[in-house]
Write a protein that binds this ligand. Structure first.
Ligand code: G3I
Length: 472
């Protein structure tokens, strides 16, 4: 039987911090997207770019890798503002033996997220797959099965009350033709368990956002029509349904043209939408052309989410190509994630950054420029902290391999009345709106492939827009 996410098909909350980041690149954006990752200046962290746009950028993680793979953990913590336990919260993981729970990996992931200021998407409470043997083969009658399901939801959601922002309460309910999938649940309980499961989850954590999640529903079609009809019906019944997750396990070059329109029609029903398991698999080996197409595909998905105001975020599925589920399920396919097997960013990473606004401000030489910037050196402006009337800003000056600086000067205009009050690791002055910062005595040198950073405090009122930064 073909895998339900087979290659012939399109497969598969908002916490806005005042964190804004823009890079100033000498290379054109298109050129940068096609360059090998080692030849690009670093993009600002994706989680910061996403937060500045009012969405989250997340990823799916496993506890073992978070605890035992430093490169994996560093990316998970630094780049993503939301984590989804890839397997740790599934029923087979948390209750392998009836009445005997194992929360170790799920707890570990939630603790990691809390330590890194990340939200958690809980995945998943009711599914036809990855159920423990005692449940799948238990032969339970309807009344007992219903009680087991209610207890499972109450126990798991209750345990993570206040720590899991959104739950994929029901996963993959439909077949490709839009009929309900035959499963332990539908075969025994009919379809009423859908509203019941949402209600039980809501009782266990009234603040949690409750989602239906599925694949092959990203574009218009029979399956997404069925999901749409279910969401409309649940809303009409008053069931606690808050969002729809679109898994988005795509094949290279096959992002549905109707993705944005489809997200929008669900949003118009009065629910949030999110891309929950994004990856783009390709036939290996990866080539520059395939990675370029993949970058375009990732960018399209992020831009589609940004274009729909109720789209809360995009979660990628697996940190690197070394961690991806794809090769084991689709022999001959792989390289589906944002990072290569050595945990280096792929063109898709840069495309996501660009879709989220990185590099959209083109460098314009300052009138006070006294020298040309080295090719490809960049200045990235961030606001890592902002409060009622003040903010902390930072600028990182970076050079790609092959370029370096002996001294630097960064300038910008505060166009909304912001006033610099203090700086460190640079000498900064403000005259009118114009701010100019020059390197300190000890940090004028930026090595090829290296970077230096400086910071400052300022005051603001009304708004604190990100300035266009020039490195010269
Ligand atoms: O943990 C055991 C290990 O002890 C054992 O030695 C090994 C041998 O096969 O298996 C390990 O479990 C595997 C588990 O991943 C953890 O690595 C399972 O066999 C394997 O089936 C399981 O695959 C997961 C798959 O869901 C199960 O259907 C993938 O990691 C996970 O990425 C994938 O995620 C799903 C989403 O939940 C729903 N949407 C589709 C998506 C991709 O299939």
């Amino acid at each position: 039987m073909p895998h339900p996410l087979g290659p012939s098909t399109h497969r598969p909350t908002r916490f806005r911090r005042a964190v804004l980041a823009f890079t100033v690149c000498a290379a054109t954006l298109l050129g940068a997207a096609l360059l090998p990752s080692t030849a690009r200046a670093a993009d600002p962290p994706l989680r910061e770019l996403a937060a500045a746009k009012g969405i989250y950028l997340g990823n799916a993680v496993a506890g073992g890798a978070l605890g035992g793979n430093a490169a994996y953990a560093a990316l998970a913590g630094a780049q993503f503002g939301s984590l989804t336990p890839e397997n740790a919260m599934k029923w087979g993981s948390v209750e392998p033996t009836r009445g005997s729970y194992n929360w170790a990996e799920a707890d570990q992931i939630v603790a990691f997220a809390q330590a890194h200021g990340q939200q958690v998407r809980g995945h998943t409470l009711v599914w036809h797959s990855q159920n423990p043997g005692w449940l799948a083969n238990g032969g339970f009658g309807a009344a007992e099965l219903r009680g087991i399901l209610q207890q499972h939801i109450a126990t798991e959601v209750g345990r993570y009350q206040g720590r899991v922002r959104a739950w994929d309460v029901l996963n993959e309910l439909f077949d490709e033709d839009g009929s309900y999938r035959s499963s332990l649940w539908t075969d025994t309980l009919g379809t009423g368990f859908v509203a019941d499961a949402l209600t039980w989850a809501h009782q266990a954590d009234p603040a949690a956002e409750l989602y239906l999640n599925d694949y092959n529903v990203e574009g218009l079609g029979a399956k997404s029509d069925a999901l749409y009809a279910l969401v409309r019906s649940l809303k009409a019944q008053g069931a606690p349904i808050h969002g729809v997750g679109f898994q988005a396990h795509f094949v290279l070059g096959q992002v549905p043209a109707t993705l944005q329109a489809n997200l929008q029609r669900f949003a118009d029903l009065g629910v949030d939408v999110a891309v929950t398991e994004l990856d783009v698999r390709l036939q290996t080996p990866a080539t520059e052309a395939k990675l370029s197409q993949q970058a375009a595909d990732y960018g399209t998905v992020v831009k589609s989410c940004l274009a729909v105001s109720r789209c809360r975020g995009v979660t990628a599925w697996d940190i690197s190509d070394a961690d991806s589920w794809v090769p084991s399920v689709f022999p001959g396919y792989g390289a589906a994630t944002l990072y290569d097997a050595g945990y280096q960013p792929k063109p898709a990473h840069h495309a996501v950054a660009v879709a989220l606004g990185a590099g959209t401000h083109t460098s314009t030489p300052s009138p006070s420029a006294s020298s040309s910037p080295a090719p490809g050196c960049t200045a990235a402006y961030t606001v890592p902290n902002q409060w009622n009337t003040g903010f902390t800003g930072g600028v990182t000056v970076s050079c790609p391999p092959g370029s370096s600086l002996g001294s630097w000067r960064v300038g910008w205009d505060f166009t909304a009345g912001q006033q610099l009050s203090q700086s460190w690791n640079a000498t900064c002055t403000q005259t009118g709106t114009r701010v100019t910062c020059a390197n300190a005595a000890w940090n004028g040198g930026v090595t090829a492939g290296g970077s230096v950073a400086f910071g400052f405090n300022g005051t603001w009122s009304g708004s604190n827009p990100v300035p266009v930064v020039a490195l010269n």
